[in-house]
Design a protein around this ligand. Structure first.
Ligand code: ATP
Ligand code: MG
Length: 772
């Protein structure tokens, strides 16, 4: 047996060694699904399968890069280079470029990002003189997106009176017209939006049997990670491509399906066995990622979902500390707690910043975390949110670059035609827009042909337009012969963009120049990387594609040592030693918008399951007592998901019944003086103790049936016997004298006069005190 196969357990090895046929691996978090996929590809290549014949679809391009890296360690990097691995969007964009002419698109089509698409929709709503409070552009965009993902084309829309009725009921009777106008404008601009990349791929495979056969023959082996989150459009593509050879391997976990709100269809995974002949079903049960406490806590939560496939997840890893639950007064205090806890844990255990992740339900929650981390000088990186490539100055440069690859790109044109200012005003733009519509041409073509058209544009403006077109054409010629870096560098310097920012001279202006520099560095890195690849050259169009299809996870390229901040949605598939899940409050998580039906609530619960199972060694949950929401300070209630964790796997830092916040308690004891050894000592009160080694069949059966024990509040033992007058010693505050004791049980506190710290009130359950 090859050495790398020994890095798999028996259950994992089985799907790797099954070379042909359809197979599905359904298994809980951290059980090695992604590892199976990676090793399977290496094994196929070892068996003589040409990498050219393998297609692997992943959730992020970063995941694909990591898999490729591991594969090249096994089979050698020159072989691995030729694998087609990446997200659905990036793989099929590549395929569409080869075949674009069949659909009437130029092969250099632009990919509109969400901002571009929404800007087109805003313009349409304005042109159609619709009420923008009724036709909210973001809503309209997501409606159109959902049509596309259900393969409802404009034609199909108009053939289906029910859709029209549904939109009329939603007070948007003119949705169909907007949809049509949007599709027309994108087509005219030679642009596809994100959803088009899947929709048009389907169209291509449906309408052109020769194209279908070509790719069926090419992609003899297809592998899909995170299959539970594929949408209908993705499902159909995979189905079509794998139909001939049926060598398809999908892996997933129904309990981690968290994108239903974006059209993911959990039935794709549930019905897989019906879709192919002789499907082999594999299950993995051993989790390698997390401690017993984390695995069992996550199991006890997901057990509350009614709609699920029964699964067993166990681990041979250590028990580890219990999940720590803490309540803070405000989000500011929550941030400070998390930052000090990270600081302490890092110091105590000699860890790196990138051993930590802070996960939240909504992007807005990052601010409080950032403030606190910054104050403690802890480097961090935010994933998602407004990405680097969406910053104004970056998008300006990119728009120039897009325009010289595809001059029809209207969003790019509008952005840069008068930036830096060239005296081309809005009236001129409006006239050009009307003419473009009238002649069915792009705005750029109209400008190119101004001499032949009867437009009310004066001589001096015509000259300005002429100059602009010539400049772009000049860059286009350059881009045909030079690599992306040379072009980008020239554009930044010759368009006047940098000069404009230099003139500005403000700190913001300087930061923008630095960002452009950073972009140019990025282009350079990219070009260098591309030149090593067999089928790439580092051209500008390659770079633009890479930028357009970077997922939120991919967008930051530098890989240094920072605490990761991201939404739970983005954290799917990742793992971190220490994970803080913040904002564990009703209406925030579960989200107020997702509590109307059981199925919505179950999706939130799956999201919580994903969050918890990212942690390897320890998970912290925090909630606040009050939080600013929509500008008002409102009382917050702890999330039901905290309660749903079986008590034997969690520990409260604050007495659960202590609902009144007592600011007298020194906040330091929450953040800095947690006695983790004590947390560990707390024995499970009742219920089956977690297995400490690989369970026997009998234990497994019992586990499979195991229901979480009733959730009574945990009563931590307080074994410190203290009374007023005792001399004590504290790790941080030094020696002190107990002034008074109050509270009982887990609520017991001591007021102590410390030599170094003055008078502090400490919760005995957590305070690390030595009685002298
Ligand atoms: P998720 O559901 O979160 O996507 P997954 O099922 O894809 O998880 P992996 O990410 O493949 O799980 O594996 C989880 C961790 O366990 C990884 O760090 C992986 O390297 C490790 N791992 C998986 N299988 C083994 C094994 N047989 N021996 C040692 N480590 C393993
Ligand atoms: Mg995975």
């Amino acid at each position: 047996m090859e050495a790398y196969l020994a890095e798999l357990n028996d259950a994992q090895r089985a799907p790797v060694l099954q070379k042909d046929g359809a197979m599905i691996v359904i298994a809980g978090a951290g059980s090695g699904k992604t590892r199976v996929l990676t090793y399977r590809i290496a094994y196929l290549m070892n068996q003589g399968v040409d990498p050219f014949n393998i297609l692997a679809l992943t959730f992020t391009n970063k995941a694909a890069r990591e898999m490729k890296h591991r594969i090249s360690q096994i089979v050698g990097s020159s072989e691995a280079k030729n694998l087609w691995m990446g997200t659905f969007h990036s793989i099929f964009a590549k395929m569409l470029r080869f075949e674009a002419d069949k659909l009437g698109y130029p092969s250099n089509f632009t990919i509109y990002d969400t901002q571009d698409s929404q800007s087109v929709i805003r313009a349409i709503i304005k042109d159609m003189q619709l009420d923008k409070d009724v036709y909210k552009y973001k809503q309209v965009y997501s409606r159109i997106s959902s049509y596309k993902n259900s393969l409802i084309t404009v034609k199909a829309y108009f053939q289906n009176p029910e859709l029209k009725e549904a939109d009329a009921m939603a007070k948007k009777p003119r949705m169909g017209e907007i949809y049509k106008a949007y599709v027309d404008r994108c087509f005219k601009a030679g642009a596809m939006d994100f959803d088009d990349l899947l929709l048009k791929t389907n169209e291509l495979l449906n309408r052109f049997p020769d194209v279908l056969h070509k790719y069926q023959n090419r992609f003899r082996y297809i592998l899909v990670d995170e299959y539970q989150d594929t949408n209908h459009s993705q499902y159909l593509i995979v189905k079509a491509l794998s139909d001939k050879f049926q060598n398809i391997c999908v892996v997933g976990d129904d309990a981690q399906s968290i994108y239903a709100f974006r059209g993911a269809n959990i039935n794709n995974i549930l019905n897989f066995q019906k879709d192919y002949d002789n499907v082999q079903m594999y299950r993995l049960e051993q989790n390698y990622r997390s401690t017993k406490n984390i695995v069992n806590a996550a199991n006890s939560v997901i057990d509350k979902n009614q709609t699920k496939l029964e699964k067993v997840v166990w681990t041979a890893n250590d028990d580890g500390p219990k999940i720590v639950v803490n309540r803070l007064l405000t989000d500011g205090e929550e941030g400070r707690f998390v930052a000090s806890s990270i600081f302490e844990t890092k110091m105590q255990n000699q860890l790196n910043n990138d051993d930590f992740a802070i996960l939240y339900r909504t992007n807005a929650q990052s601010r409080a975390m950032e403030d606190a981390l910054r104050k403690k000088d802890i480097p961090y990186r935010i994933y998602g949110g407004l990405s680097f490539y969406q910053r104004k100055e970056i998008k300006d440069v990119l728009s120039y670059l897009r325009l010289l690859i595809n001059p029809k790109d209207e969003e790019a044109l509008k952005r840069v035609i008068n930036y830096p200012t060239r005296g081309i005003g809005q009236t001129t733009m409006d006239r050009l827009g009307i003419a473009a519509n009238q002649y069915g041409k792009s705005m750029f073509e109209v400008i190119e042909n101004l001499d032949h058209l009867d437009l009310k544009i004066n001589k001096s403006t015509r000259t300005k337009l002429d100059n602009f077109v010539n400049m772009i054409k000049h860059f286009t010629i350059l881009s045909e012969n030079a690599d992306a870096y040379t072009v980008a560098d020239t554009v930044a310097k010759k368009t006047g963009l940098l000069q404009e920012l230099k003139k500005d001279g403000t700190p913001e202006g300087i930061a923008r120049i630095e960002n452009i520099e950073e972009l140019l560095n990025g282009v350079k890195d990219f070009v260098e990387g591309q030149k090593e690849l067999a089928d790439a050259s580092g051209s500008l169009s390659e770079f633009l594609e890479d930028v357009a299809l970077a997922t939120d996870m991919d967008k930051d390229t530098s890989d240094d040592n920072k605490v990761a901040l991201m939404t739970i949605h983005l954290a799917k598939g990742l793992e971190f030693p220490y994970v803080y899940i913040v904002g564990m409050e009703e209406d925030l998580f579960p989200s107020a918008m997702s509590m109307n039906t059981r199925s919505e609530l179950e999706e939130e619960r799956r999201l919580f399951y994903v969050a918890l199972t990212r942690a390897e060694k320890q998970a912290y949950l925090t909630y606040t007592q009050s939080r600013y929401r929509w500008g008002k300070l409102v009382d917050a209630e702890p999330s039901r998901f905290i309660e749903e964790i079986d008590d034997q796997f969690k520990d409260y830092m604050i007495p659960q019944d202590d609902y009144k916040y007592k600011p007298l308690i020194d906040t330091d004891i929450f953040g800095d003086d947690v006695d983790k050894s004590k947390l560990r000592q707390t024995k499970p009160k009742n219920g089956t103790p977690p297995p400490s080694h690989k369970p026997t069949e009998q234990q497994l059966r019992k586990l499979r049936k195991m229901k979480p024990a009733s959730s009574e509040p945990a009563k931590a033992t307080n074994n410190i016997q203290l009374e007023a007058g005792n001399e004590v010693e504290h790790m941080r505050f030094g020696k002190g004298k107990v002034l008074k004791i109050d509270g009982v049980g887990q609520d017991k506190k001591a007021e102590i006069d410390f030599e170094n710290g003055g008078i502090k009130k400490l919760l005995l359950r957590f305070a690390k005190l030595k009685v002298l």
